[in-house]
Design a protein around this ligand. Structure first.
Ligand code: HEM
Length: 390
């Protein structure tokens, strides 16, 4: 699996710590730059082009995460992808996700109950990890007790390097977890066929477009993608967000006293922190952007991070504007592959910010703590988020 960071280690740290400064400086060098051997497209128009021109920039052919088949829908192009999204998008609509809210509110408060009396918490492990995990289990109608398996599974698939330095061993670990996930979901799918429920897996079985339904293998390929797409991303946004707000008492006051501002705060947070800084595509046919040639077989990186800080798209892009409207950030991508889980992610982020600020209106980074930012495989995050109440 190719997990090469596209910048040398020092640069990765700089980008992880302050992506706004880093990507603005990179953009000043040009609309397309070659950085550590990778072609990175930085301006919003170029980013839009890479993410929507499938004839030249394909989602096919990237790594297969220890399996022989592509994951669905991420690693497919139109027209196949169009069919998948017609089936899947209605199952992840705002209305469908709203059903999950009461349970999400209860679970978020249960997490806060666990640490509020202590006067401090490590918000990543104690809140930012469990919330998306529990949401995903509820979405799929699976027991929360199985969550540790999902955590191990997505870590092994996404970060095998953390488990071994040996490349062959990394591939073996990925295959082992991919096979375990296939066995797990094969069993779940068989159970749902026998007794459908109101969960996403049952929804996938029932959905059809023009009389054509998803096969069990296709459902499996969607299930495989969800833990990889829907856990670390939300964890990163919650942890990065709470750390950011911890240094801004003015914004804490707004969030605590005007809960109606949470909606725009979440959108601005998504823009500001942009957890996935760049999206990968395979060049399918010879083409060029701004005079930079792209050859078949190469990889193109669309920097949604740079697009999110571009003055041609945002007024005062380097300012956090909690009331920013409209907010046309590209944090969920753009075009047909726009994040399938964006309504769920938005719901999770709103619930966490609302419930946290109701109960913990003033907080700061724990005295003496040093925040370790990272940008592994183009997902920004923090190792820990130690916060204390003021
Ligand atoms: C803050 C949280 C999240 C962020 C920042 C995020 C970001 C993204 C981005 C940028 C893409 C487009 C990828 C591309 O074009 O290559 C994407 C796709 C996707 N996301 Fe998310 N995501 C988040 C949460 C979720 C959640 C909670 C789920 C589901 C449980 C999810 C499921 C998916 C799926 C299935 C795709 C593939 C869509 C397609 O290819 O058609 N994501 N996400």
């Amino acid at each position: 699996m190719d997990k090469a960071a596209f910048l040398p280690p020092g640069s990765v740290r700089a980008r992880a710590e302050d992506p706004r400064a880093y990507l603005t400086a990179l953009r000043a060098q040009g609309k397309v730059v070659v950085d550590a051997g990778e072609k990175v497209v930085l301006d919003p128009a170029g980013v839009e082009r890479v993410l929507t021109d499938f004839a030249h920039f394909s989602c096919n052919g990237s790594n297969f995460y220890g399996r022989s088949r592509a994951i669905i829908p991420q690693q497919t192009d139109p027209p196949l992808h169009t069919r998948y999204r017609r089936l899947l998008t209605p199952l992840m609509s705002v209305r469908r996700m709203a059903v999950l809210e009461p349970e999400l509110v209860a679970r978020t408060n249960a997490c806060i109950d666990g640490f509020i009396g202590r006067g401090w918490c490590e918000a990543r492990a104690e809140l930012a990890v469990p919330v998306p995990g529990i949401s995903l289990m509820n979405l799929l109608g699976l027991p929360v007790e199985d969550l540790p398996f999902f955590m191990d599974f997505k870590d092994a698939i996404l970060r095998p390097r953390a488990l071994s330095d040996d490349v062959d061993e990394q591939l073996r670990i990925q295959r082992e977890f991919a096979d375990a996930s296939t066995r797990y979901f094969t069993e779940v799918i068989a159970k749902r066929r026998a007794a459908p429920g109101d969960d996403l897996i049952s929804g996938m079985m029932a959905a059809d477009v023009d009389g054509v339904k998803l096969t069990d293998d296709e459902i499996l390929d969607v299930c495989f993608q969800l833990p990889m797409a829907g856990l670390d991303t939300v964890t990163a946004t919650i942890a990065l967000g709470l750390i950011f707000f911890a240094g801004r008492p003015d914004l804490q006051d707004v969030l605590a006293s005007r809960p109606e501002m949470v909606e725009s705060a979440v959108e601005e947070l998504l823009r500001w922190e942009t957890p996935n800084t760049a999206l990968k595509r395979q060049v399918a046919q010879e083409t060029e952007i701004e005079g930079c040639p792209f050859h078949p077989g190469e990889r193109a990186l669309a920097s949604i991070g740079a697009a999110n800080y571009d003055p041609s798209r945002f007024e005062r892009p380097l300012e956090f504007d909690i009331a920013r409207a409209p907010n046309r950030h590209m944090t969920f991508g753009t075009g047909q592959h726009t994040c399938l889980g964006n309504h769920l992610a938005r719901l999770e982020l709103r619930v966490v910010l609302r419930e946290w600020h109701k109960r913990i209106p003033r907080y700061r980074v724990k005295a003496g703590a040093v925040i370790a930012y990272s940008d592994d495989n183009m997902t920004r995050t923090v190792a820990e988020a130690p916060l204390e109440w003021v």
